[in-house]
Write a protein that binds this ligand. Structure first.
Ligand code: GCW
Length: 682
C-alpha cells in the first residue's frame, strides 16, 4: 500500500508493453569506488529493479553487452571514455553530466567530471524512465545553473521544527542528534534526486543546546550526519549563534573586531574541519528578531560576517549571512519606519565590503513569504557582493500544508522578474545564478517543508513544492507545469486522467489560496504568532506591528516616494515608475504600495471592495472544486494516499469559508458598502 514515503522515488512498475525497450539490458558497468558513485550504482539498481522488475549485476566490464555504464571521464570505464568526445567532456561542468545511448550496442552511458555528476546523471535517467520517456536516442548534456542549491532546516534539538507542519524533526530528538540515521539517508536521496547539493541542519534561531553543535559534545554526531549527506553529494552546513564566543567560549564579548574573538572563531573553524573536512560553512541570522549580532558592539554586518569568513577561508568554507534584518517592534504612529525597506537600507550601503566567501541570503520578498509580495529590491542591488535567494517551501503563510498551495509558479514569477539592475536582461535568476555580476558564489536556499510524517510533508501534494524547488534550483528555465508533471508521474503514477486532474489542481492552487486570504498584496491578516487562519487586525494591533492601515475610508500602505515611506524608490527605472504610480501599479500589488479608498477602481474594472467580495466568494467555490476534482480520482491512486489528500482538501474548503466570512464582514463593516451581488455577508 503506497504511503507517500517514497515520494517521487516511488518507481511505479513500468507497463509490460513499455518494458520491451529495456529487455536487452543485462547489467551495470562501473569501475569506480568513490562513495557518491557507489551510491549512484545502488540507486540505479534499485530504480531499475522496482520499475522493470529485474536485478542487474554490477561488473567492471561489459563492452560486448547491452548495459548501463557510468563513471567519470578518464575514471577507468572504457565505455564512458569511448562514448564521450572531447567536446562533450569540456561542456560538462563540475556537477553536470552527459547521457548517451550508444548506437552500436544500445547501451546507456552516463559520464560526468565528478562523482556527484554521475549521481545526478543516474537520477536523471531514472526520471526519464519513470516518466515513460524513450531512451533509444539519448544525447543529453546537463549542467546545474546554480552553484549552491541549498535546503535550510529550521529544526531544533528537542525535535520541534520552527514553522514545521509535517511532524517532528528527522534529525533530532530528546536533545540529541538522532542515532538511527536511516530516515536522514532517505531524505538525502530525495534531495539529491531533485538536484540539491547543500543543507544546513539546524534552525537559524540557534538556541542554547544547538550553540554547542560546535563543541566536542556534538561534533562527532554532526560528522555522522555529514557522512550520510556526503554519500549523496550534499554538503553540510550549520546555523551558528553569533554570540557563541560568549555562550560556549567563556569570552566576555563577541565583538567582531576583538582579536580574542577572532582567534576563538579561527580555532573553532579548525576543530570543525578536523571533524568534517568537507564542511560547507556557517549560516547566520544576526541582529534579527532578537538574535544577537554585531550591532551590540556598534559594528555592522560586514564586520560580523567577515570575521567568520576569515576563520573559514583556509578550508574553503563560506559564510551565508541572512538579510532578514528589520525592526520588529515598530510603533503604529511611526509612519516613516517601514519593514519592507529594512533589508535594503541595512545592506546596500555595505556593498563592496564583504569578503569573497560571504554570501548574503535574501528572502524573495521584502516582508516575509506572504502569498503575494513584490520581489526584494535588494537582490541585484549589490554588484560587488555575492547573493543568494531564500524561498520558503514550508507553507508558513500559505496554508501550513493543510491547504494546497503549489509554490513553483510563485517562485517562477520571482525568478523571471526584470530588475533592470544592469539594464535590460537583469532578471532575478541571472543575479542569483551569479552570471550578471560574475559572482564567485551564488545560488538558491529554501526553508524545508518536511518532518517525520510518513509522507514527509503532511499534505502529500506539498511534496511537489520540495521536488519543484530542487528542479528549479538546478534549472530555473523549467516551467511550473513541466515540474508538476514530472512529480505527478513519479509520485502518483502515469494515468493520463490523473496527470491532468492533479496538474490542474496544482496549477490553480496558489491563485485559489490568494483569492480567499489577504487581498491585493497587502499580506498578513493571519493570527499572530502561529500564523494560521484569518485575523484581519491581528498584526495591526500587535507589538510586532505589520500594518495594512484599513479604516472606514480605505486600506493599504503608502510606500511611494512622493507621499509614503519611499520604499518604491528602492526599485530601478521602470519598476520604480510602475510601483510609484497608483495608476500603473499592478492590481495584485496595489495595496502593498498604495493606500486607496474602497471605491478605487482596479485595472480589472472592479472597485477594491467589490474585488474583495468577489475573490472571497469565488475562492471558496474554487476550493470546493478541488475537493470534487480529487474525489474523481478515487481508484486511480492508492486508497491511503487518496484519503489523506481528500481529508486535507475538505479541511481547506471549510477553512476557506472562515477566511471568506471574516474578511468580507470586516470590510463590509469598515466600508459600509454592500456587495453588488447581494451575497450573504455576516
Ligand atoms: O518567517 C519568519 C518566521 C520565523 C523565522 C523568521 C526567519 C526562523 O515567522 O519563525 O525564524 O521568519 O526567517 O528568521
Amino acid at each position: 500500500q503506497q504511503t507517500g514515503y517514497q515520494a517521487w522515488l516511488e518507481y511505479h512498475p513500468i507497463a509490460l508493453n513499455q518494458v520491451e525497450q529495456y529487455a536487452g539490458y543485462s547489467g551495470i558497468v562501473c569501475t569506480e569506488k568513490e562513495e557518491a558513485i557507489q551510491t549512484a550504482v545502488q540507486e540505479l539498481s534499485r530504480g531499475i529493479s522496482k520499475m522493470l522488475g529485474k536485478e542487474l549485476a554490477v561488473s567492471g566490464n561489459g563492452e560486448d553487452k547491452v548495459v548501463f555504464a557510468l563513471g567519470t571521464f578518464g575514471g577507468g570505464n572504457a565505455l564512458v571514455d569511448r562514448t564521450f568526445d572531447e567536446g562533450t567532456r569540456s561542456a560538462i561542468k563540475a556537477e553536470g553530466f552527459a547521457i548517451k545511448t550508444d548506437q552500436a550496442s544500445g547501451s546507456l552511458v552516463i559520464g560526468a567530471s565528478s562523482a556527484s555528476g554521475v549521481l545526478y546523471g543516474v537520477f536523471h535517467l531514472l526520471r526519464l524512465i519513470s516518466t515513460h520517456q524513450s531512451v533509444n536516442k539519448l544525447d543529453i548534456i546537463e549542467n546545474p545553473v546554480n552553484m549552491l542549491r541549498m535546503i535550510n532546516q529550521w529544526d531544533n534539538i528537542d525535535g520541534s521544527i520552527e514553522r514545521g507542519y509535517a511532524g517532528k524533526s528527522i534529525f533530532f530528538e530528546n536533545n540529541r542528534i538522532t542515532t538511527d540515521l536511516t530516515r536522514v539517508r532517505d531524505y538525502a536521496r530525495l534531495l539529491a534526486s531533485s538536484g540539491l547539493n547543500a543543507i544546513s541542519i539546524n534552525n537559524v534561531n540557534v538556541h542554547h543546546w544547538e550553540t554547542k553543535f560546535l563543541t566536542e559534545e556534538y561534533l562527532p554526531d554532526v560528522a555522522r550526519v555529514a557522512g550520510v549527506f556526503r554519500s549523496y553529494g550534499i554538503k553540510l552546513f550549520l546555523s551558528v549563534n553569533y554570540a557563541s564566543p560568549l555562550e560556549i567560549g567563556g569570552l566576555s564579548t563577541a565583538d567582531p573586531l576583538d582579536p580574542a574573538v577572532r582567534e576563538w572563531w579561527r580555532v573553532k573553524a579548525a576543530e570543525v574541519y578536523a571533524a568534517i573536512p568537507d564542511f560547507g560553512g556557517f549560516l547566520v541570522k544576526a541582529d534579527s528578531e532578537n538574535r544577537p549580532g554585531p550591532f551590540t558592539y556598534d559594528r555592522d554586518h560586514a564586520d560580523g560576517s567577515n570575521m567568520l569568513a576569515e576563520a573559514l577561508k583556509p578550508y574553503g568554507g563560506i559564510v551565508i549571512w541572512r538579510c532578514f534584518v528589520y525592526n520588529c517592534k515598530q510603533d503604529w504612529r511611526d509612519r516613516a519606519t517601514d519593514r519592507a525597506r529594512a533589508a535594503y537600507d541595512h545592506f546596500k550601503p555595505l556593498d563592496g565590503r564583504f569578503m569573497d566567501n560571504v554570501i548574503l541570503q535574501v528572502k524573495n520578498g521584502p516582508m516575509d513569504f506572504q502569498v503575494r509580495e513584490p520581489v526584494s529590491p535588494l537582490i541585484g542591488a549589490m554588484e560587488a557582493t555575492n547573493q543568494m535567494i531564500e524561498f520558503q517551501i514550508t507553507q508558513e503563510y500559505t496554508g501550513q500544508q493543510r491547504h494546497l498551495c503549489y509554490l513553483v509558479p510563485q517562485w517562477k514569477e520571482v525568478l523571471d522578474f526584470e530588475t533592470y539592475a544592469k539594464g535590460d536582461g537583469s532578471s532575478i535568476k541571472r543575479i542569483v545564478d551569479g552570471s550578471l555580476y560574475g559572482n564567485r558564489f551564488s545560488g538558491f536556499a529554501a526553508v524545508s517543508n518536511i518532518g517525520n510524517d510518513t509522507n514527509w510533508t503532511g499534505h502529500l501534494l506539498a511534496q511537489a513544492n520540495l521536488y519543484g524547488y530542487g528542479r528549479l534550483a538546478w534549472n530555473p528555465e523549467l516551467s511550473a507545469e513541466e515540474i508538476a508533471e514530472e512529480w505527478i508521474r513519479m509520485a502518483l503514477g502515469g494515468d493520463e486522467k490523473l496527470v491532468s486532474v492533479v496538474m490542474g489542481m496544482l496549477m490553480d492552487s496558489w491563485s485559489i489560496y490568494e483569492a480567499y486570504t489577504s487581498p491585493l498584496g497587502v499580506g498578513w491578516m493571519v493570527n499572530p504568532d502561529h500564523h494560521y487562519g484569518p485575523n484581519v487586525d491581528g498584526y495591526e494591533y500587535s507589538k510586532w506591528g505589520t500594518y495594512h492601515f484599513a479604516d472606514c475610508h480605505g486600506i493599504g500602505v503608502d510606500r511611494t516616494k512622493a507621499a509614503g515611506t519611499g520604499y518604491a524608490a528602492q526599485y530601478k527605472g521602470k519598476n520604480y515608475e510602475t510601483y510609484e504610480s497608483v495608476e500603473n501599479c499592478p492590481d495584485e500589488l496595489l495595496l502593498f504600495f498604495h493606500h486607496v479608498p474602497y471605491t478605487h477602481v482596479l485595472h480589472s474594472g472592479q472597485t477594491v471592495i467589490q474585488h474583495i467580495y468577489n475573490t472571497h466568494f469565488e475562492g471558496v467555490e474554487r476550493a470546493e472544486q478541488l475537493v470534487a476534482k480529487w474525489a474523481s480520482l478515487e481508484g486511480s491512486v492508492g486508497e491511503l494516499v487518496h484519503k489523506q489528500v481528500a481529508d486535507r482538501l475538505a479541511e481547506q474548503a471549510t477553512h476557506a469559508q472562515e477566511w471568506r466570512d471574516m474578511i468580507n464582514t470586516y470590510f463590509y463593516r469598515k466600508s459600509g458598502i454592500a456587495d453588488a451581488l447581494g451575497r450573504k455577508i455576516y
